[in-house]
Design a protein around this ligand. Sequence first.
Ligand code: ATR
Length: 279
Amino acid sequence: MSGRVITGRTKVLAVLGNPIAHSLSPPMHNAWLAAAGIDATYVALPIEGDVFAALPSFGLYGANVTVPHKERAAAIATQRDEAVARLGAANVLRFGPNGVAAFNTDAPGFVASLDEAAPGWRDRVKTALVIGAGGAARAIAWGLAAAGVEKLLVSNRTEARALEVCAVCPRAAPWPWAYLGDAFAKADLIVNATSLGLAGGPSPDWPIEAAAPHALVVDAVYKPLETPLLAQARARGLATVDGLGMLIHQGALAFEIWFGVKPDTRAARGLLNELLARG
Ligand code: ATR
């Protein structure tokens, strides 16, 4: 018989979200589990919010949590890491006899993706522009602040949400959406953390001509891998980082939390590139 045999002892992990069928986490984690020879399986569960409180009694070993449940995940935890405590959102849960531990690996995962794709960025980036103020933007802004970036500008269409991000993020200040071009000019690092450009959806004509020649341009969107922002940046000769690294590194940090093993992030990129190319 080939392949893994799932028995009554096999640990079950899941990504919880709604919708969730599009998630790349199951193939990524199952490949890592197989490579590490761990008797566990990872599935996608499209659960509703009202079952969340019962989650600790499902018998899951661990979970990733995505839209729209990250705040609920933080709320059911009995232990929270610093990012979860500050942001009120968790993307990783570990279930155990002593309760539910919650972690936010989106923030360090974003930073790890920069470390991998743009080594030396920490020395070059003094001012970063984070565009957006949803869950992704919040984690990215927090991750950059925790990594020691001196100044964070947060620009969002709805300014009240940018103010909320700045309230939880050290060294962050809101920047008016109408003057985004001026923020592009000031930033050594520009990150799109909105859903603009996702899956061929609308994307503005970004003021990329205002960016400094040394600016590093990053998109949290990975579908498509080359977003309109990254295409504009590349056309201007700027260095770019795509959104796949954040997905892979938040997952790798989760895997390490559950199993104490660092998985192969390069192999994951190969697999996910292949799956994304298939559409
Ligand atoms: P997530 O938690 O996945 O980051 P979200 O909370 O829905 O998702 O946030 C989406 C982000 O994209 C927000 O910053 C949103 O701006 P608003 O706060 O003003 O809604 C931004 N966004 C989405 N569509 C946009 C558009 N057409 N123009 C500008 N910003 C947009």
